[in-house]
Design a protein around this ligand. Structure first.
Ligand code: ATP
Ligand code: SF4
Ligand code: MG
Length: 341
């Protein structure tokens, strides 16, 4: 029998390692391949928050689906692996595991996923409390209605949900309330890794802050690791220990979040950070001129060159190489490449 786990020592102490991921969507009738994730690698360490940032359409959610192993047509993965530590340094490659292994060994208890627009994932026929009971049952944990009420009371209060929401059907709650239910559900089994895709998009600013501070507290308390995906740099400034900036399917800058926010290197990162409203400022920020490219036919060379204020000749012709700067920091831009031709 093939062993379920592989002991792989090359990943150091990381809890999750994504290596050279390449994937996208096939649009057969138009004979297109939308190259949403292009050679993406990152690591997630224990007890840290890694942010994934970038404008709409740059591939963040596609990367999240691949990391969680939700690869359904038209999405395909052409290359890469996603190793996750399921305990005692036993690593599973999510991309080469079957659906049953992912469901049994990974979902909810090792890796929990809060998908974008998660308010739509609840079963409309079931009360909220039944979603909690069934998730526990699936993992062989029998609980009474009282235990579920106790758990939901604690968590619902922290995320600003009324306790009687446990008795409601999903359609009786607003989109923002349903999103918070999904967050509570995702954290129930205290997963080692939480993957949250735009966890606060459907809620107002006050609730947003409540949810983010709850997630931050939860992370500190349980010492889990989190991947937080958001187009909102304010969310990243608040949450992240490390950050990956995505542009048009690539990670263009990656490293310590404090360094990225105080001394960004990539021109795209600089513009993203400049577009953040700072405390005391009253003027409306302009944002970045232009829009991200069509990923079925991205521009040659550096994909950011049509919008980059520093674009040089080489940028229009050749894809930049990745430059490593110090420990675990990298940038993909010709301005920093030693081998600039
Ligand atoms: P947002 O911030 O708007 O959520 P994102 O960074 O999460 O954006 P993705 O949703 O990963 O971006 O989309 C990346 C690219 O893949 C986009 O060009 C998008 O149009 C395309 N795409 C996403 N889902 C599909 C699909 N089911 N079929 C075809 N193309 C898709
Ligand atoms: Fe700008 Fe060139 Fe760097 Fe791309 S490689 S971000 S175009 S300077
Ligand atoms: Mg998305």
């Amino acid at each position: 029998m093939t062993p379920l786990y592989t002991q792989i020592n090359s990943v150091g102490s990381s809890i999750l390692v994504a290596e050279n991921i390449d994937g996208g969507y096939i649009v057969p009738d138009r004979r297109l391949f939308i190259h949403a994730v292009d050679n993406v690698s990152f690591t997630l360490e224990g007890n840290e928050v890694l942010g994934i940032a970038g404008e709409s359409g740059c591939g963040k959610s596609t990367l999240a689906k691949i990391v969680y192993g939700v690869i359904e047509p038209p999405l395909i993965v052409r290359r890469g692996r996603v190793l996750i530590d399921v305990g005692n340094r036993n690593l599973i490659d999510i991309l080469s595991s079957d659906r049953e292994t992912i469901r049994r060994e990974i979902m909810w208890k090792t890796l929990s996923y809060i998908p974008q627009n998660s308010m739509n994932v609840l079963n409309p026929m079931k009360r909220i409390r039944d979603h909690f009971i069934e998730t526990l049952k699936f993992h062989g944990i029998e609980v009474s209605k009282k235990d579920v009420v106790n758990y939901t009371r604690e968590v619902f209060n922290s995320v600003g949900l009324p306790i009687d929401a446990t008795n409601a059907y999903p359609h009786q709650l607003s989109g923002g309330m349903r999103q918070r239910v999904v967050i509570a559900l995702a954290l129930m089994l205290k997963p080692r890794v939480v993957l949250a895709d735009e966890p606060t998009t459907a809620v107002d600013v006050v609730t947003q802050l409540g949810i983010l501070s709850f997630l931050k507290e939860w992370q500190k308390e349980t010492k889990c690791s989190m991947i937080v995906i958001s187009h909102d740099m304010g969310v990243h400034a608040y949450m992240d220990n490390r950050i990956a900036i995505m542009y048009a399917g690539n990670i263009v800058e990656y490293g310590d979040a404090e360094k990225v926010f105080t001394d960004p290197l990539h021109p795209y990162t600089k513009l993203l950070i400049e577009s953040l409203i700072k405390k005391g400022e009253k003027s409306i920020k302009k944002g970045i001129l232009g829009s991200p490219p069509n990923l079925a036919n991205p521009p040659p060379g550096c994909r950011f060159h049509p919008r980059c204020p520093y674009a040089m000749d080489i940028c229009r012709k050749e894809e930049p190489l990745e430059t490593r700067i110090g420990n675990n920091y990298r940038v993909k831009c010709w301005l920093y490449s030693n081998s600039r031709r």
